[in-house]
Design a protein around this ligand. Structure first.
Ligand code: ADP
Ligand code: MG
Length: 559
């Protein structure tokens, strides 16, 4: 028997892949299962177009079987199978994707898409196996063939026996080394978990014999092993279901099952788009700040599926930083079962989806604000900081929408109000949107600088977070009203009163002021008579753009 060499480029690719492309070994199972699913899709498609075939859904499935003692893991399917030539062409040349060729030949119409556009998935099996054997019988053929390879040094193909149409992939799982253990790929519970994690929503049943302890008949405390074939995947993804079929609990369960968080989400967003790019998404806005949210370990991102197959755990390109708290997933048939983040980053479809999602989240937050103020405030207490950060960092494109989502504590209402609410009740003679910064509402309330503004009956927004002032500095105006700190020199109020009066008072007390200026020379720039004080004898004010609070922050910054 002559050993065939992999085509040269395949050999290089294979080495590279085994060693580097995939960071997690466990995904080999996802790849093999997705190939099986593709193969069943193909036979299904043939049956749709060929009257002599009929597709009985029950006889199509994927089976995962373990032989722990012999370190064998088998994945078999009742899909379309491969001829000798196909084994040679599909498994002998890595970069050639059989799925793509099939697509072209049959001019697949929409709705019959086949996962997998890259021809490297199969080879991921070599990450966990020394030897991979593929036994296959193609639809419409009497002979079966066995393809076998121990990695980059080549493969053999020989005739063999196989009763039914389909493919069986046999992996001889690697022996453990000093650094690495491969035993987990022979453990039922682990395989089950991997299938659940990556292939839960494969359309066809993934079966596995599962051994469980159960109470011995007639006994109350004696257990026995009981083996039973189970279907591991749930098959119909919740995101493909009709919104009207789903209850709030369904979404909550999904949130739990996916470990998106330990809290209950404040809101779910279910999106089905059938436009320039087709995708389904389920997004959640959590109630609480995730425990690791402000740590370096926290990674924003959504799970990304290509037609039901998980291809990335945290696709960060799908979310802007200021929505980094959003959890959830996106499934698109228009994305390829891709291998690298780098390629995805430049994917046009992905960019479109990301833009779409950003708009959806924004509008959903807007309607939450409008329809369920309590919930919105709860949300805002957890994540308002992010929105302000968004205004600050992404002002070019999103400031207009994000500013509508901002809330600040109001001197008048004694609660959070929106900028729109503030501006809509401004008296006609009020020129500015006033704000005052401080550590707490109570402390701000006692600031002498607030007196004159409050006396005028104007509302003040209380800023207690360091980002607040930076955010409004970025906005500059809201509905053409400028933001103004109550501690700035010109409040736009004094002008009404006669300047002469102040001047003469200042002249009368010139000696006193000079004396004070002298003593405080390294602390203040000037000492003046103030019109804004009522109950307080003195206050500090600034004459530039930077307020006292901002100065404090700037001083704590390094550099
Ligand atoms: P891709 O799935 O992206 O095409 P793979 O490396 O995963 O790339 O698989 C290569 C090709 O091998 C597939 O396109 C398919 O033609 C063939 N193949 C792999 N596994 C099976 C299977 N279980 N049944 C039928 N054909 C298969
Ligand atoms: Mg594949």
């Amino acid at each position: 028997m002559v050993k065939q060499q992999f085509k040269a480029e395949s050999k290089r690719l294979l080495d590279m892949m085994i060693n580097s492309i995939y960071s997690q070994r466990e995904i080999f199972l996802r790849e093999l299962i997705s190939n099986s699913s593709d193969a069943i899709d193909k036979i299904y498609y043939k049956a749709l177009t060929d009257d002599s075939l009929n597709f009985d859904k029950d006889s199509y499935y994927i089976k995962v079987a373990v032989d722990k003692e012999n370190r064998i893991l088998k994945i078999s399917d009742t899909g379309i199978g491969m001829t000798k030539e196909e084994l040679e062409n599909n498994l002998g040349v890595i970069a050639k994707s059989g799925s793509l060729a099939f697509k072209d030949e049959n001019e697949l119409k929409d709705g019959h898409d086949i996962i997998g556009q890259f021809g490297v998935g199969f080879y991921s099996a070599f990450m966990v196996a020394d030897v991979v054997t593929v036994i296959s019988k193609a639809l419409g053929n009497d002979d079966a063939y066995k393809w076998e390879s121990a990695g980059a040094d080549g493969y053999t193909i020989v005739p063999c026996e196989k009763d039914s149409v389909g493919t069986e992939i046999v992996l001889k799982i690697k022996e453990n080394t000093e650094d690495e253990s491969y035993d987990e790929y022979l453990e039922e519970y682990r395989l089950k978990a991997i299938i659940k994690k990556y292939s839960d929503f494969i359309r066809y049943p993934i079966k596995m014999d599962v051994t469980e302890k159960r109470l011995k008949e007639g006994s109350e405390n004696e257990f026995e092993d009981y083996c039973e074939e189970q279907i591991i995947n749930s098959m119909v993804p919740i995101w493909r279901k009709n919104k009207s079929e789903l209850t709030p609990e369904d979404y909550e369960n999904f949130y739990m099952e996916k470990h998106y968080g330990f809290d209950k989400p404040i809101k779910h967003i279910h999106i089905s788009v059938d436009g320039a790019v087709r995708y389904n998404a389920i997004l959640f806005i959590p109630e609480n700040i995730p425990f690791d949210y402000y740590t370096k370990e926290y990674e924003k991102g959504l799970e990304l599926y290509s037609n039901g197959v998980l291809i990335m755990n945290k696709c960060s390109d799908l979310l802007p930083d200021y929505f980094s708290f959003v959890k959830g997933m996106v499934d698109s048939e228009d994305l390829s079962l891709n291998i690298s983040r780098e390629i995805l980053q430049h994917d046009k479809q992905l960019k479109l989806i990301a833009k779409n999602i950003k708009t959806k989240i924004t509008s959903q937050l807007q309607s939450l604000l409008k329809d369920d103020r309590d919930k919105y405030e709860k949300f805002y207490k957890s994540f308002g900081r992010q929105l302000k950060y968004g205004v600050y960092s992404d002002f070019g494109s999103n400031k207009e929408v994000l500013q509508e989502l901002l809330m600040f504590y109001s001197s008048k209402e004694k609660k959070l109000v929106t900028l729109d609410e503030y501006v809509s009740r401004m008296p006609e003679d009020q020129k500015y949107i006033y704000y005052a910064s401080g550590e707490t509402y109570e402390r701000i309330e006692k600031l002498p600088q607030t007196e004159l503004v409050l006396e005028k009956g104007y509302e003040i927004l209380y800023f207690t977070e360091d980002i607040d002032e930076f955010a409004v500095k970025m906005l500059m105006t809201y509905k053409e009203k400028e933001f103004k700190s109550v501690s700035s020199g010109d409040l736009g109020i004094e002008a009404e009163e006669s300047q002469n009066n102040t001047d003469s008072e200042e002249n009368e007390n010139k000696d006193l002021f000079d004396y004070m200026k002298n003593i405080l020379s390294d602390k203040v720039k000037d000492v003046r008579i103030s019109k804004r004080l009522k109950n307080h004898p003195v206050c500090l004010s600034t004459d530039g753009e930077v307020t006292i609070e901002m100065e404090k922050i700037l001083k704590t910054m390094p550099g």
